[in-house]
Design a protein around this ligand. Sequence first.
Ligand SMILES: [Zn+2]
Length: 168
Amino acid sequence: MKERWQYCPFCGRELSKMMDEGRERIFCVPEKRFIYDNPVPASTAVVFDDKGRILLVLRNREPGSGRWALPGGFIEIGESPAAAAARELEEETGVRGCDPVLVDVIHEESEFYGTSLVITGYRFEKSSGAPVAGDDADDAAFFELDALPPLAFRSHELLIRKSLRQGS
Ligand SMILES: [Zn+2]
């Protein structure tokens, strides 16, 4: 995994490495503090229409540009995972979701971001509005489950499978 931190985000000085509890961690020598490089949380929305089709977006940004995925994105500071899923859903598809139910929490290594992601999936029991692609999507549409296009991320496949097992 490539190194994400070269300079201390607190004091701006060059970082070193130090062993801590059996792990090599990033360390700021002048400040005598460890810099914890933790996984990055993202949240996704699972929405079915009344025909049991699932809502996907055609991504126009990397990672996964040109491929279909669940609506989703990174959780903002101060935002709950469920609120992030609802926000991304509306931004990317124009669909409003209510009554979020947690499907699963999945860990995925991201080569693109050079770090680990933790991806929460929420199924919205109620939704309104017809899908219209937002700025960071080229298309948004409902798909029959037996005719899904190849998805951009393994984590999204797992979340869809898990939500089907949970029923609706
Ligand atoms: Zn520092």
